[in-house]
Design a binder for this molecule. Sequence first.
Ligand SMILES: CC(C)(COP(=O)(O)OP(=O)(O)OC[C@H]1O[C@@H](n2cnc3c(N)ncnc32)[C@H](O)[C@@H]1OP(=O)(O)O)[C@@H](O)C(=O)NCCC(=O)NCCS
Length: 240
Amino acid sequence: MAESKLARLRRYYREGGAELVLQVACHHGYLPERMCHYSVSDLFRLRALDDRLLRRMRGDYLFSDATRADAEALSLLAWGNAPAKRVDYLAGLTEEQRIVRVTSGDALIGFLQLFRGEYDLSRDDYRSSRLRLVLEPEDVFLGYGFIDPAHRLKGIFPFLIRHAIQTSAPGSRFFTDIDRLNSGSRKAHLRLGFELAGSVRAWWTPAVATRWSLLAPDGGPPRRLGHGNPRVALATLLTA
Ligand SMILES: CC(C)(COP(=O)(O)OP(=O)(O)OC[C@H]1O[C@@H](n2cnc3c(N)ncnc32)[C@H](O)[C@@H]1OP(=O)(O)O)[C@@H](O)C(=O)NCCC(=O)NCCS
């Protein structure tokens, strides 16, 4: 039988106390977004790609750079709709940054965003706030990645990451951010050789701009990073 909401929240309380309960309640929409937001983004750096996962891919997939013409299909694939604002944003990314796409025959089945220079970390699809991360010249920040559910768990993601590495400048350092509650993505990255490098918390309540804080790895007091849409160097967030 499916676990009830209450039973799930009790389990989270036992695991991580009131903060985890709040995180889960916001993430799953048990608390409406207009009332509050509370999320933790874990930052990961790639230590070294574990190529044991690159022996085979179950299927015939190709990796190439997306262009403006792919923007609508990318939006439909990952979000199931294509509002003009998001399509424009994705079209811009294909030119100002990079999006690597995965195709199977004529079908677009996945993608990964790659950022240089700056990356906007957001846990609410940029609706109310974002934390602008300023990157070092050799840093590549891996933004949203998505594989069509019908093609997941076939080992595509490791090949997508390898393609991103092989087609980036030699000596690049790779980072990404994952919502702490996204255990599937966390697992997919950890087994590839990503390691936890820091954690950032965002929370807001009505009439209070989003407060961003850097969480201490030892559970000590968080360090304030700013309100609203602050700008910080990624290097200052790497606590581990
Ligand atoms: C994360 C994602 C890109 C992985 O793509 P993929 O091609 O399926 O990746 P892999 O085939 O390497 O499999 C991932 C591994 O992670 C784990 N994993 C992935 N999704 C999982 C899930 N929902 N629950 C538990 N484990 C999961 C599995 O251990 C799997 O390994 P296995 O084949 O040995 O069981 C894909 O699941 C996805 O698009 N998720 C939704 C969007 C998302 O969360 N993106 C990441 C945002 S940072």
